[in-house]
Design a binder for this molecule. Structure first.
Ligand SMILES: Cc1ncc(C[n+]2csc(CCOP(=O)(O)OP(=O)(O)O)c2C)c(N)n1
Ligand SMILES: [Mg+2]
Length: 578
């Protein structure tokens, strides 16, 4: 049989390293899926909601570095992909979306399920190719693949059914090669300039982000030479915190440790691969700032910088190291590390009192989970209060990964993220910290997918019967909480009815045992329904994804400026819990 256009597409995707395609079949996609079946090299992951498939793909792509495909059929199947593709763009995941499209003869006639892919995907995707002629197929697929991989984000191949099933041009060469990441660093003159600024500064602090992913060793070496405290964004935490004697915690609304003070107290702040979005947590003009990022759009958009350099952190710091001498005075470093240590003690407040407090404190739950989980566990947090507890109580490690919708801040990402991660790393402990709002928004239907595939994802639901994060937000803004409460079923029973393992935890005394059983469960998904305290706003209780209200900011700043004990006391008085 002559090869079809869709055969060429899958062949190229497989050669580019795509191992899975998540999605739902239907009309326009039928010839596409038929070709996927014929190809046999890419596994089709049939999900119940296309958005769930994209969040799974985002986690797989982010963790493995491989491109991942998703698909949805023309019109509504395609629109369901959108939120996940926005997430892919913001989290930097190489996703290629195969979007079903109406037959070419129907284009621009407002046909059933017709959608203009250029307009629709414009906000989310780096490239949209619409295959209206078989001759385009190779070029469009190649561009979609390379753009996704090199620019680390989503691209679209919009594929009408009639073209997918048309014969491919006989002579079309079917090769695609993925280049290794090029060495990308600033010019020598700029490296020299940076070396000079570092030489002139007495107190240098570092703020690292996700751009430090491949540069941990170099950044730590630089920090050691400069006696520099190292703070990080949420996305930088997993690369820079563990086993780092210079670690001073996170700045921002989830912040802890000495990071905030260290970056304000420095003469020179080096922002390395950090597009940290909260300008109010960055120092003003009295601290000199250098920002280095591979993406020029990140430079100077959160705060004015004295020097902005474009390049990868690893290559740039490697070139910089021979240009900087060692600093002798370690007092600046010691001060902020000591502050971080005492902050960690304060963070233990609700962890230590947790066994005696009902409803269960989320801090106690998260800290116990961190203690029991494997050294190479993969953790995912839903947008909502789960992010707070993950940032502060899940400890990283060389092989642990912490991921979420950190930059796009969509709800309901954690369970599908965990599903994609488990498919990519079968058998590795995969833990999703889910909101009850998030779980019922998107995860519940596809729990059936996990059951069917026997995917051992541990889903821990923070059952607070509310959109608690917004509840907190409203209270802090002085708004009467409205539209935030809901009634929940017993999720453990629901899970059991769906064929998963269900565990319900209401007593603080059952937390350890319940989590241990969940983590040890093999052969399928677990849902741990933990009834937690909805009033747990002891710490800066605002995620860095929304407008910051005055009170939140002041609470966060109080904690960050070392007044956490007074915040704790205030809350104790308010809630009378302890
Ligand atoms: C898709 C989407 N809708 C709404 C929001 C706004 N939002 C952010 S957090 C949140 C509450 C999440 O509630 P839940 O999942 O129950 O987690 P909790 O904060 O209660 O732990 C909402 C509504 C969002 N970020 N994404
Ligand atoms: Mg909730």
């Amino acid at each position: 049989m002559a090869q079809k256009v869709a055969d060429v597409m899958w062949e190229l995707l497989a050669k580019a390293g795509v191992k899975r395609c998540y999605g739902i079949v239907g009309d326009a996609l039928n010839p596409v899926i038929d070709a996927l079946r014929r190809n046999g090299k890419i596994e089709f992951i049939h999900v119940r909601h296309e958005e769930y498939g994209v969040f799974a793909a985002v986690a797989e792509a982010y963790l493995t570095g491989n491109p991942v495909a998703v698909c949805g059929t023309a019109g509504p199947g395609v629109t369901h992909l959108f939120n996940g593709l926005m997430d892919a763009r913001k989290e930097g995941a190489a996703i290629i979306a195969i979007a079903g499209d109406v037959e070419t003869k129907l284009m621009d006639t407002s046909a059933l399920e017709e959608l203009n892919p250029y307009k629709f995907f414009d906000a989310a995707c780096f490239y949209v190719g619409r295959v209206v002629n078989p001759e385009q197929a190779r070029a469009i697929c190649t561009t979609a693949i390379l753009t996704a991989v090199v620019e680390k984000g989503p691209t679209v191949i919009s594929m009408p059914g009639d073209i997918a099933s048309a014969n491919a041009p006989q002579d079309s060469a079917r090769e695609v090669t993925i280049p290794a990441a090029p060495v990308f660093r600033p010019a020598d003159a700029d490296i020299d300039k940076l070396g000079g600024m570092i030489g002139a500064a007495k107190k240098v602090a570092i703020l690292g982000g996700d751009g430090c992913r491949d540069a941990r060793d170099e950044v730590l070496q630089l920090a050691a030479r400069l006696k520099a405290p190292v703070g990080y964004s949420f996305r930088g935490k997993q690369w820079l915190e563990h086993d780092n004697p210079h670690a001073v915690g996170m700045t921002g609304l989830l912040g802890y440790g000495g990071a905030y003070k260290a970056i304000h107290d420095a003469d020179l702040l080096l922002m390395l691969g950090a597009d940290f979005p909260f300008s109010e947590f960055l120092p003003g003009g009295d601290v000199k700032k250098v920002q280095i990022d591979r993406n020029p759009k990140h430079i100077g958009r959160r705060t004015a910088v004295d020097l902005g350099l474009v390049g990868d952190i690893k290559a740039t710091v490697t070139a910089l190291l021979p240009k900087v001498g060692a600093k002798g005075d370690s007092r600046f470093l010691e001060k902020h590390v000591a502050e971080t240590t005492s902050f960690h003690e304060l963070l233990q407040h609700y962890v230590e009192k947790g066994p005696g407090i009902k409803p269960i404190r989320p801090e106690f739950l998260a800290a116990t989970l961190s203690e029991l989980a494997a050294d190479d566990a993969l953790f995912f947090a839903d947008t909502g209060t789960a992010c707070i507890w993950m940032a502060r109580h899940i400890k990283g490690g060389p092989n642990r990964r912490l991921f979420g919708s950190f930059s796009w801040a969509s709800m309901a990402n954690a369970a599908p993220n965990g599903f994609g991660a488990q498919l990519a790393y079968p058998g590795r402990q995969t833990i999703a910290l889910c909101g009850d709002g998030g779980f019922t928004m998107l995860a519940l239907g596809d729990l059936l997918t996990q059951v069917q595939r026997k995917t051992p994802v541990v889903q821990i639901i923070l059952n607070n019967a509310s959109l608690d994060f917004v509840n907190i937000e409203m209270q802090e803004a002085g708004v009467v909480p409205f539209g935030v409460d809901f009634k929940n079923p017993n999720f453990a029973k629901v899970a059991e009815a769906m064929g998963a393992k269900g565990i319900r935890i209401e007593e603080p005394g059952d937390v350890r045992e319940g989590l241990a059983v969940a983590l040890a469960h093999q052969g399928g998904p677990v849902v741990v329904d933990v009834v937690v305290d909805p009033y747990a706003l002891s710490l800066p209780s605002h995620l860095p994804f929304h407008a910051v209200t005055g009170f939140t900011l002041s609470l966060a700043k109080q904690v960050l400026s070392g007044k956490m004990d007074s915040v704790i006391k205030t809350i104790e008085r308010n809630t009378g819990l302890v």
